[in-house]
Design a protein around this ligand. Structure first.
Ligand SMILES: [Fe+2]
Ligand SMILES: [Fe+2]
Length: 399
C-alpha cells in the first residue's frame, strides 16, 4: 500500500468512526427520551421562562443606572428555582481558568472583578459556591493564586472541583486547599448538595505511560480525544446522594451543584455525566430539584422530568454552543465581541424569596446577555453554526 492509499484508508476509517459515534449519540438520546419522559410525565410548562425572562429584563431597565455604580449591569434571567423559608441570596463563580501570573493575567483580572462584585452585594450573599476549574492546568501555583483571590471574599464559601483543578496531581492540592466533595447542608428551607463529577475518569493514562502533565493536557481539551467519556458521578457518590436525600421530604427544594451538567447535553465535549440514568433514577421521586452547573461556559436552561438545569457563565471565556443538542428552553446568550475580553463572561446571583419564585441573574459584564434573534446569537447562519435541537427534544414539543 502506498502513502496515498494509506491516507485514503485512514480517511475512510475516520468517517466510519464518526458515523458510529453519531449513531451512538442518537441511540443514547432515544434511550434518554424513553427513560426520562414516560407518557404523562411533563416538564413544568407553567414555568414560562421566555415570557418571564423578558418581563424581568424590562423591569430591571430602571435599575441599571444604580448598578452601574459598581461597574456592572445586572440583567436577565428570572426563573423559578426553589421555594425557601426565608429570603436570601447566594452567588456562584466558576471556570476562572487561572494561569500563573507570569504567564498571563487576563483571567486573573476577571476573577478579581467577580470576587469584588460578590463582596459588594447588598444585602450580602449568604454564601458563595465556587463551581470548579479554578486553575487552567492544575498547577499548585494556579490553585494557590485562586485561593488568594477568593480569600478577599469574606462570606462562607463552598467548593466543588473541575477537571482542570484535578488531573495534574489527582486532586491532592485541591483537597488540601478547598476540602473534599461531595457535601451537603440545609439553609433556610433548601437542601444544598455539592457533587464531584470530575474525578471518575477511566484510567486513560497508565497504559500510554503519560506523565502527570500529559494527563492534565489531555483533560484540558474540549473534545476529550484521549480521555473519552470522563464525566461521571460514580457508584459510591450515587449511594451517598441517595442516602443524603433519604430524610428529605420529596416536595421540598433541593439544589444540586455540579461542575458538569447532570443530563446528556453533548457527550463528545463531556457536557454530561455518563451515569445520568442512575442520577435521574435517584432524583426522580423529588419534585423540586435544580441543578446548577459550570463547565459549559455558556447560558443554558433545560428541564427533564422534574429536574431543571441551569448552565452558568465562566469568568474566563465563553465556549460556543455545541453543534447540536442545545436544550430548546435555552435562550442563547448574545454573540460575544472578541475584541472585549470581559464580554460573554461573568458570575451568577440567585435570590430565594419566601414563598415566591426565585430570581436568577446572569451577571455578565455587558448590557444585553440573551439573544432575542438568531443572528444576535451567531446561531442563525451557515458561517458560524446552526443550532439544532436534541433528537429527544424534537420528539417532545415544549412550546
Ligand atoms: Fe471550564
Ligand atoms: Fe470543566
Amino acid at each position: 500500500m502506498d502513502r496515498t492509499d494509506a491516507l485514503r484508508l485512514e480517511h475512510v476509517r475516520r468517517q466510519q468512526r464518526r458515523h458510529q459515534n453519531s449513531g451512538e449519540l442518537a441511540r443514547l438520546r432515544r434511550e434518554m427520551d424513553k427513560t426520562l419522559r414516560p407518557p404523562g410525565v411533563h416538564p413544568d410548562r407553567s414555568l414560562g421562562i421566555t415570557r418571564r425572562t423578558f418581563l424581568h429584563r424590562s423591569l430591571l431597565t430602571g435599575a441599571v443606572a444604580g448598578a452601574a455604580a459598581y461597574g456592572w449591569f445586572p440583567l436577565l434571567n428570572t426563573i423559578e428555582l426553589a421555594y425557601g423559608a426565608e429570603t436570601f441570596s447566594f452567588a456562584w463563580i466558576s471556570d476562572t481558568h487561572l494561569y500563573p501570573k507570569e504567564v498571563n493575567t487576563r483571567f486573573v483580572e476577571k476573577a478579581v472583578r467577580a470576587v469584588k462584585e460578590v463582596q459588594a452585594m447588598q444585602p450580602p450573599a449568604d454564601f458563595l459556591i465556587f463551581g470548579g476549574d479554578l486553575a487552567q492546568l492544575g498547577d499548585p501555583v494556579e490553585l494557590q493564586l485562586g485561593n488568594e483571590i477568593l480569600k478577599e471574599l469574606t462570606i462562607t464559601k463552598y467548593f466543588i472541583p473541575g477537571e482542570h483543578d484535578w488531573y495534574l496531581d489527582m486532586g491532592a492540592t485541591w483537597e488540601k486547599l478547598f476540602g473534599t466533595s461531595p457535601w451537603s447542608f440545609d439553609h433556610k428551607g433548601v437542601r444544598f448538595i455539592g457533587l464531584d463529577t470530575i474525578s471518575h475518569a477511566p484510567d486513560y493514562w497508565s497504559a500510554k505511560k503519560m506523565t502527570p502533565k500529559e494527563r492534565m493536557a489531555h483533560m484540558a481539551t474540549l473534545d476529550s480525544s484521549v480521555a473519552g467519556a470522563w464525566a461521571a458521578v460514580g457508584r459510591e457518590q450515587l449511594t451517598w446522594l441517595d442516602r443524603t436525600l433519604s430524610d428529605w421530604p420529596k416536595d421540598r427544594p433541593v439544589v444540586i451543584f455540579s461542575h458538569n451538567p447532570l443530563y446528556e447535553y453533548y457527550p463528545p465535549w463531556n457536557f454530561w455525566v455518563r451515569d445520568w440514568r442512575e442520577v435521574h433514577e435517584v432524583l426522580r421521586p423529588f419534585t423540586n430539584v435544580t441543578n446548577i452547573h459550570g463547565h459549559v461556559h455558556q447560558v443554558l436552561y433545560n428541564e427533564i422530568g422534574t429536574l431543571r438545569s441551569i448552565g452558568m457563565l465562566a469568568t474566563s471565556w465563553p465556549w460556543p454552543y455545541a453543534p447540536e443538542g442545545v436544550p430548546p428552553l435555552t435562550i442563547p446568550m448574545v454573540r460575544v465581541d472578541p475584541g472585549d475580553p470581559f464580554d460573554g463572561v461573568g458570575w451568577g446571583k440567585m435570590t430565594v424569596r419566601q414563598g415566591e419564585r426565585v430570581d436568577y441573574e446572569y451577571m455578565m459584564w455587558r448590557q444585553d446577555v440573551l439573544a432575542t434573534a438568531p443572528w444576535d446569537a451567531g446561531t442563525g447562519d451557515n458561517i458560524n453554526q446552526i443550532l439544532s435541537p436534541r433528537l429527544a427534544d424534537r420528539m417532545w414539543p415544549y412550546q
